[in-house]
Design a protein around this ligand. Structure first.
Ligand code: BGC
Length: 252
């Protein structure tokens, strides 16, 4: 049967899931997507995850389930809530998902999950020193890795530049909302990555999120000292990272 786990990537607009081959870091089922229930309430999201697992057609097998979520996640508790209901703040998310999905689950921040996938199977494989994974989507997610080891819950999407939480300016959603061209958006990304570079002096930036499939339209416009590369697991990074963490913790 091989080593497999289900990964679920919960976002502000959609929830995506698939069965993942943990050894190769590849999806081995179709990727199912549903809209995030309006309001992003905990019980509604947990129920949506239950139906998404059922629609994967693998629910009868006892696969470990890993979920990733757009919030700080500490010891199974969600401690913030960007683009979902504020009721997630301080919620025992591990317990909610264990109960709703009727099995042991593991919840992690979405950017941390995406970064784990990249460091294990993608553009960050074998990286040394400080690697910063960034995901450009509804918000900006960030994950820090030192010699491949995750330092969890870095919330660097919210650094303040020119007096504003810069996620509101440089996330992909800002580009869409304001109808920016790639050139205009790249000017903001330049400010954002330069600030990270100044503060943290990393060895590598990895850029993920759905828009990274168009990386040739904006990465060449950036002028940085640090190498900056697109994620190779693209839009499935969160699914792969969450699944592989769930598998690893089911073996503990
Ligand atoms: C949240 C992070 C999340 C990122 C990407 C940010 O607004 O604060 O926790 O990783 O969005 O979803």
């Amino acid at each position: 049967m091989g080593k497999k786990a289900i990964g679920i990537d919960i976002g502000g607009t959609g929830i995506k899931a698939a069965l993942v081959d943990i050894k190769r870091g590849e999806l081995v089922s179709e990727r199912v997507r549903v809209e995030t229930p309006a309001g992003g309430e905990p019980e509604d999201i947990a129920d949506a995850c239950k139906s998404i697992i059922e629609s994967l057609g693998v629910s009868h097998r006892n696969y470990p389930v890993g979920l990733c979520f757009p919030a700080v996640v500490k010891h199974g508790y969600t401690q913030s809530a960007a683009n979902v209901s504020k009721r997630w703040i301080g919620l025992n998310a591990d317990e909610l998902f264990d109960r709703t999905l009727n099995r042991h689950t593991h919840v992690i921040n979405d950017a941390d999950a995406a970064g784990l996938a990249e460091v294990k199977f993608g553009a960050g494989r074998g990286s040394h020193g400080l690697t910063i994974m960034t995901t450009l989507g509804t918000g900006i997610g960030t994950a820090l890795f030192y010699n491949g080891v995750l330092i969890p819950n870095a919330e660097l999407g919210h650094i303040e530049i020119e007096g504003v939480d810069y996620e509101t300016k440089a996330a992909y959603s800002a580009m869409e909302r304001e109808g920016l061209s790639f050139e205009q958006w790249a000017e903001r990304l330049q400010k954002y990555y330069s600030a990270l570079e100044r503060l943290l002096v990393p060895d590598l930036f990895i850029v993920g999120g759905g828009v990274s499939k168009n990386h040739e339209k904006f990465l060449p416009l950036l002028n940085l000292k640090t190498p900056i590369v697109p994620a190779t697991t693209k839009n499935s990074a969160g699914i792969i990272g969450a699944a592989s963490l769930a598998y690893a913790s089911s073996e503990d």
